[in-house]
Design a protein around this ligand. Sequence first.
Ligand code: SAH
Length: 225
Amino acid sequence: MNHEQEMRAEGIRRMLADIERETQLTAPFTGIAALDPRVMQAMAEVPREAFVPAELHSHAWDNGPLPIGQGQTISQPFIVALMTHLLEPEAEDRMLEVGTGSGYQSAVLSRLVDQVFSVERVPELTAEAVRIFRDLGYDNIETRIGNGFEGWEEHAPYDGIVVTAAASHVPPALVEQLAPGAHLVIPVGPPYGRQELLQITRDAEGHIDTRSVLPVAFVPMIDEE
Ligand code: SAH
């Protein structure tokens, strides 16, 4: 290994250890003692540095959010891992993300499920994410520019939906687009205020169960209605 590869391998080890530590620290809230090993494997596999601006490459494996332009951020690795775990991904699944941003969350999911659909309102972010997916050969992610508050009706129902911006309330269209047994993982609360990460489950009869998982801080969802 050359120096750069060694630094990268060390960065990945540190990030995975940080995720495990934060999982344990938050276990009293989440009730989750350890994340799914397949999720941890996907976190190790997806090159996070490809999704952050060049000048921040040395921070790509830090367990924190980073700016990605357009006033947006790539989420903290622990939160990405936790949300992915809460979706309970299976190999045959088709999942929806609202808030493509850098594309990192979709990329992690794409290693675990058959097909990922991802909606983003800022065209420049989508264009950059699509370029990165192509460079990495991740060919099971489809993107759309639009208001994710509406979901993506065309491909519904989904085996899981993850929203990576904070909504003021749970978007009804997203609940409607859940397959039986599927989870909607979404931060809900006021912009820059007290937000809760929710795991919402729809059962075969269409009944909805809502579980509050953890207090979180996400950038706000825009153009909700
Ligand atoms: N998942 C991203 C982080 C997203 S930050 C990643 O892994 O990098 C939240 C994103 O949600 C931003 O890119 C923002 O533009 C987008 N967003 C905000 N409101 C939205 C809406 N109504 N519909 C779709 N995307 C939205």
